[in-house]
Design a protein around this ligand. Structure first.
Ligand code: PLP
Length: 353
C-alpha cells in the first residue's frame, strides 16, 4: 500500500483530520482530469447517475438517496429542515463529532449533548434525554473521536424506544474501517424505519475529502426534503464522477482499508507497548484519553513533525496516516514518562468523567 506522492514527504504530517494517506482509487484521477475539460458546464444538480448507482449498490430506490457536498452538508440540511428554532432539541453524544454542535448552533436549534460513558455512546442516557421537544437524535457510529461502535442489537433497541416523530440520524462516516458482525450498516439493518436517516461520506475510506461528496439514505419524504433543500450545483461534476468511479473499485478499496487497518494495529500496539491505555479502534484513527497530559503530548508530536487533534483536558485523536508519521507518534509516546502516561489514562477513564 503506497502513500500518495505528496504524502511521502518528510512532513510535517497532518494526522488531525482523519484524511486518507493514500492516492485516489484507480481511475479517479483520469476521471477528474476528463471532467476538467467541462469546467464551463454546470454539474447535474440532481446527481441522477450517482444516485442511481448508489441505489443499486444499497438495494434501495434512487428516490431514497440524497447526495450532498460532503455528509456535513447533509447533516446541516437535516437540522435546518427538522430542528430549527428554540423548540428544536437535538440529542447527540459528547464528546462526538464537532460538526454536530456547530451545525446545531448555526440553525438555532437546542443542543442536548449526552456524555459518553467509558468512551462509548450511553444510549440509555440518550433515550432518557429525548423529550417532546426533541426533533432529532444523532448516533455517530463508529464514534468520532473515540472510535467505538454501537452494536446492531443495541442500536435497534435504542431506536425502538425513540418516538416515531423523532428523526434518528446515523452517521456512518467510518463504517468501512469496522469489521465483524457489529460493523455498522444501518441502511441494511434500520433502513426499513421511516424515521431513520443514514449519512455516509466519500471523504474518509474513499479518500475524496477534497472533492466534497457524501450521501444520505432515508425514506422518500426525508430524502426528497434533503434534495429540495440542497444548494443547487453544490456537488461538482468531478465529485459525482469520482464517486461513481470509486464505487466500482471495491477490491482496491478493500486493499486500502486492509492496509490502513494493519497500520492501525501497528499504532495501537506501539502505543500500548509505550504503556498507554488504548481502546480498540473501529475507525481510521486512534483515541488516547490522556486527560491533562493531552497538550504536552500534542506539543511533543508537533515537535516531531506530526499534527494530531488535541481535545485539551480530554485526549488526543490520531489519524492512521502515513507510515512514517505513525512511527513518529509511536516514538513520541515511547518517550513519554511511563508512570505519568499510566496515570493520565487512569484519570481520563475515571467514573466522574
Ligand atoms: C469527517 C466526518 C464527517 C464529514 O465528512 P464530509 O463528508 O467530508 O463532510 C461527518 N461525520 C463524521 C463523524 C466525520 O468524522
Amino acid at each position: 500500500m503506497t502513500d500518495s506522492p505528496r504524502s511521502q514527504s518528510t512532513g510535517p504530517y497532518d494526522l488531525a483530520a482523519n484524511e486518507s494517506p493514500f492516492a485516489p482509487l484507480p481511475g479517479v484521477l483520469e476521471a477528474v482530469r476528463d471532467m476538467s475539460l467541462e469546467l464551463n458546464r454546470y454539474p447535474d444538480p440532481a446527481c441522477t447517475e450517482l444516485r442511481a448507482v448508489l441505489g443499486r449498490e444499497l438495494r434501495v430506490p434512487a428516490e431514497r438517496v440524497a447526495v450532498g457536498a460532503g455528509s456535513v452538508a447533509l447533516i446541516r440540511d437535516l437540522l435546518a429542515e427538522y430542528a430549527t428554532g428554540p423548540d428544536g432539541e437535538v440529542v447527540f453524544a459528547w464528546r462526538c463529532y464537532e460538526g454536530y454542535r456547530a451545525a446545531v448552533r448555526l440553525v438555532g436549534a437546542v443542543p442536548v449533548p449526552v456524555p459518553l460513558r467509558a468512551d462509548r455512546h450511553d444510549l440509555a442516557a440518550m433515550a432518557g434525554a429525548v423529550t417532546e421537544r426533541t426533533r432529532l437524535v444523532v448516533v455517530c457510529n463508529p464514534n468520532n473521536p473515540t472510535g467505538t461502535v454501537v452494536g446492531r442489537t443495541e442500536l435497534a433497541r435504542f431506536i425502538d424506544g425513540v418516538p416515531e416523530h423523532v428523526l434518528v440520524v446515523v452517521d456512518e462516516a467510518y463504517r468501512d474501517f469496522a469489521a465483524g458482525p457489529d460493523a455498522p450498516d444501518a441502511v441494511g439493518t434500520e433502513g426499513h424505519r421511516p424515521n431513520v436517516v443514514v449519512v455516509r461520506t466519500f471523504s474518509k475510506a474513499y479518500g475524496l475529502a477534497g472533492l466534497r461528496v457524501g450521501y444520505a439514505v432515508a425514506h422518500e419524504p426525508v430524502a426528497a426534503a434533503l434534495r429540495a433543500r440542497a444548494l443547487p450545483y453544490a456537488v461538482s461534476a468531478a465529485a459525482q464522477r469520482a464517486a461513481m468511479v470509486s464505487l466500482r473499485e471495491r477490491e482496491a478499496l478493500d486493499r486500502r482499508v486492509a492496509g490502513l487497518v494493519r497500520r492501525r494495529t501497528l499504532l495501537v500496539d506501539g502505543l500500548r507497548a509505550a504503556g498507554l491505555r488504548v481502546l480498540d479502534s473501529h475507525t481510521n484513527f486512534v483515541w488516547l484519553g490522556l486527560g491533562e497530559h493531552t497538550g504536552a503530548f500534542a506539543d511533543a508530536c508537533r515537535e516531531a513533525g506530526v499534527r494530531v487533534k488535541a481535545f485539551p483536558g480530554e485526549g488526543a485523536r490520531i489519524t492512521v496516516g502515513e507510515q512514517e508519521a505513525v512511527e513518529r507518534v509511536i516514538a513520541v509516546a515511547s518517550r513519554l514518562p511511563h508512570t505519568s502516561a499510566h496515570r493520565a489514562t487512569a484519570d481520563a477513564h475515571s467514573p466522574e468523567r
